[in-house]
Design a protein around this ligand. Structure first.
Ligand code: SAH
Length: 346
């Protein structure tokens, strides 16, 4: 059954009106869902019995069944959720000094085929609905509430390519951002893409200043096409043309994610190319230690090499940060927990 989180406030109003209820009934339901965070229609005390029964007939609230929960020594929590159709998704909560950040999935599996990524080991089975995306956030909020902690940031960096499921992802983000709903500021929400140019062009027209991150991982077409087959469809020239337009329109800082793969993309040649590629853009590079996956032979750069690459970029005037490792003692690599669950079931 469909989750009621799938409905925007306008859709909820239309639903209520179709049952001869005034729009304020929809506002009350919306408030129960997102401000009071109830998980049962019966707990919505200002609705009459008839409406509660009708809602129960038409919707579930929480579409996620928590199958596993792994807590890392650094505070990272990884959830494995089962969906109604017996597919699985992962959501990760990461602890930072400023609060918690939730990393959410947008698809069941992924079709982008990046050669280093565990998510791509399992092809896309389907897109997630906006409600299934929102439900991941609600689950994180509940978990944090029990520890009196707060969810402060959202990163759309879990399994799936968000711009391959554009409409549902954006619908979810507007509800997550809505002051009447989850109320997380647009600047605290980041969306990461492997570089789907049409998506970037659409995203440039969005009203809200959500942050944009690009998974770059390589500064030339030859290497990038090897790591990320999507680069053959959207080579760097085309990608950067769209990014420059986006940047001109918004003057918002772009983030480039760059995995550190030992001996693959971490030498002075790549540092030179990276500097050249990013010149003139308001951007910074986030160097990310690679979470190794058994299924391929990529290794993460040693700490020494990672620091050296970081220094090379700094010296070339590139704005750069080196991301700390998170959740290394749990199945932390993107899609790993999920991939392991399917193996367990085989
Ligand atoms: N499809 C989107 C979002 C999901 S992937 C994108 O490509 O950006 C989120 C990020 O995790 C991407 O930067 C991806 O390249 C990176 N990633 C994938 N596998 C990883 C691994 N094993 N270790 C570290 N980062 C990984």
């Amino acid at each position: 059954m469909r989750t009621i989180y799938d409905l925007s406030l306008d859709e909820l109003i239309a639903y209520c009106q179709s049952l001869d209820y005034k729009p304020f009934k929809a506002e009350q339901i919306y408030e129960w869902l997102y401000r009071k965070e109830v998980l049962s229609f019966k707990d919505m005390h200002n609705l009459n019995k008839e409406l509660i029964l009708k809602l129960e007939e038409d919707f579930v609230i929480d579409p996620l069944f928590k199958k596993r929960e792994q807590v890392s020594s650094d505070g990272t929590v990884k959830f494995l959720f089962k969906l109604e159709d017996e597919t699985y998704i992962e959501t990760v909560l990461m602890a930072f000094d400023y609060g918690y950040s939730a990393c959410i999935s947008t698809q069941v599996g992924c079709n982008m085929g990046c050669t280093f990524c565990a998510s791509g080991l399992l092809k896309k089975q389907r897109d997630l609905s906006s409600g299934e995306i929102i439900a991941q956030i609600m689950a994180c909020k509940r978990y944090l509430k029990s520890m009196a902690a707060r969810l402060s940031n959202i990163v759309v960096m879990g399994t799936g390519e968000p711009f391959d499921n554009y409409d549902e992802v954006m619908k979810a983000l507007y509800i997550i951002n809505d002051p009447k709903a989850i109320e997380i500021g647009a600047r605290h929400i980041s969306i990461s893409t492997c570089g789907l140019v049409e998506g970037i062009k659409r995203f440039a027209k969005e009203e809200k200043p959500f942050n944009l991150a690009i998974s770059l991982h390589a500064p030339n077409d030859e290497l990038r096409s090897k790591l990320m087959p999507i680069n053959r469809a959207y080579p760097l020239k085309e990608l950067f043309k769209a990014l420059k337009e986006y940047s001109l329109n918004h003057n918002r800082r772009l983030t480039f994610e760059y995995l550190l793969l030992e001996g693959v993309n971490d030498s002075s040649k790549e540092a030179d190319e990276l500097k050249e590629l990013l010149s003139g853009l308001n951007a910074y590079v986030n160097l990310i230690p690679y979470n190794e996956v058994k299924e391929n032979s990529y290794r993460t750069s040693s700490d020494m090499r990672a620091l050296k690459f970081y220094d090379m970029l700094k010296k070339r005037g590139v704005a750069v940060t080196l991301r700390q490792k998170k959740g290394v003692d749990i199945d932390a690599a993107c899609g790993q927990l999920r991939a392991n669950e399917y193996k367990r079931e085989d």
